[in-house]
Design a protein around this ligand. Structure first.
Ligand SMILES: C[S@@+](CC[C@H](N)C(=O)[O-])C[C@H]1O[C@@H](n2cnc3c(N)ncnc32)[C@H](O)[C@@H]1O
Length: 364
């Protein structure tokens, strides 16, 4: 599919390629994408029932090697200032619980598990970091490990460790300096800081210090910049480090632990990631009108968010059923009135702060 999709703000191009990630990426021109957000199949977890699928390798090493080769092609098709946002989960070398017969899968797509060579039963495999280090060794800049805290994680019946409730999203870049719109994903500051910022400190009397201390009454503290401290300097404004006027804002840089519930999707795909997970990656990693890539696009969640945010999308998916599913979902997302959708998302508490503000402006 290669239609131009109008999402009422911009006309963006969407392409869904039904094929193997490595082969399909090799067919794309260099530097045609702004960013990549993706979630490859996890090691030894699910059987997607398609020849050539990733995830059913004999060993974690073989799995990592295959992904490094694929992400080398991703690096080639990214712009010089492009980023890769890679969601990957871990698993245990274990055979606990009822197992489906070998070479089959249960209703969740789970495959029979065997302990990989070099690991002991019950070992945590450590796949995310194995992959992150291998990608770094291959030339990527490993910039950050973001923790996806699954607020509604699956309960586990384990009694000898804690319940697993997180996954990683690695931020990797092609170059040391890259496009990153921190403001687009900034979040509201804590309530206590808001209260502090809104005080009229000059009008405060301040409380007495310990007996013996002579540096004046103690007033509420606000941030200090360029060596100047509000209250002591007598100036009404703060200075930035380079001498500009510092205006305290009610927003702060996004933190690296993201609290997001897992997605419920009845459309027949086992492992969709939540739209709320793809959204900050796409807003920070691409300009409006830019192109987002997902080489394991599954049901097309990254594409849905991309077109809704006025970005183009290239998705690659090996399973023909899933590529049809993603075409359908992306088309629907592009056709649905954008503002109505956003209003519903904010009302449902699905969208973080900066975006709420932006959307409120949109509706006025
Ligand atoms: C974890 S799912 C991605 C789900 C996606 N993020 C979503 O929200 O729907 C991984 C996808 O990779 C696909 N896949 C597996 N091996 C592949 C390969 N060699 N090339 C392209 N896609 C592949 C699977 O069919 C599956 O849909």
């Amino acid at each position: 599919m290669k239609p131009d999709i109008s999402n009422s703000e911009a006309v963006v191009s969407v392409e869904i390629i039904n094929g193997d990630a490595l082969e399909s990426l090799r067919g794309l021109p260099g530097e045609c994408c702004d960013m990549c957000v993706t979630s490859p199949p996890y090691f030894g977890l699910r059987n997607y029932d398609v020849e050539g699928q990733i995830g059913l390798e004999e060993s974690p090493e073989e799995y990592v090697e295959k992904l490094v080769e694929i992400f080398r092609e991703v690096r080639r098709v990214l712009r010089q200032d492009g980023t890769l946002w890679l969601n990957v989960g871990d698993s245990y070398a274990t055979r606990s619980g009822p197992q489906p017969p070998m070479n089959t899968r249960n209703k969740h797509g789970h495959t029979a598990k065997s302990v990989p060579v070099g690991f002991k039963q019950k070992d945590l495999l450590g796949i995310p970091w194995m992959l992150a280090f291998a990608l770094r060794a291959d030339g990527w800049y490993l910039r950050q490990d973001i923790i996806w805290n699954k607020t509604n994680c699956m309960p586990e019946s384990v009694k000898d460790r804690c319940t697993k409730s997180h996954e990683y999203i690695f931020l990797l870049s092609k170059s040391p300096h890259y496009y990153f719109d921190a403001e687009a994903i900034s979040e509201p500051i804590a309530g206590s800081s808001t209260k502090r910022y809104l005080q009229n400190i000059e009008a405060q009397k301040g409380s007495d210090r310990q007996p013996g201390k002579s540096n004046g009454p103690m007033k509420a503290a606000l941030p200090r910049f360029g060596g100047e401290k509000y209250g002591e300097s007598g100036k009404k404004e703060f200075k930035t480090k380079d001498g500009g006027v510092y205006v305290p804002t009610l927003r702060r840089n996004k933190r690296d632990v993201w609290n997001i519930s897992t997605a419920h999707f009845d459309g027949g795909h086992f492992a969709v990631f939540p739209e709320k997970l793809a959204l900050p990656c796409i807003l920070a990693g691409s300009r409006p009108g830019g192109t987002v890539l997902d080489p394991f696009c599954g049901s097309g969640t990254a594409g849905v968010v991309a077109v809704r945010e006025g970005r183009g999308f290239i998705g690659i998916e090996i399973n023909p059923e899933y590529s049809e599913m993603s075409e359908r979902r992306i088309k629907e997302a592009a056709e649905r009135p954008k503002k109505e959708k956003r209003r519903r998302q904010v009302e449902d508490g699905q969208l973080p702060g900066q975006m709420e503000m932006k959307f409120e402006e949109d509706w006025e």
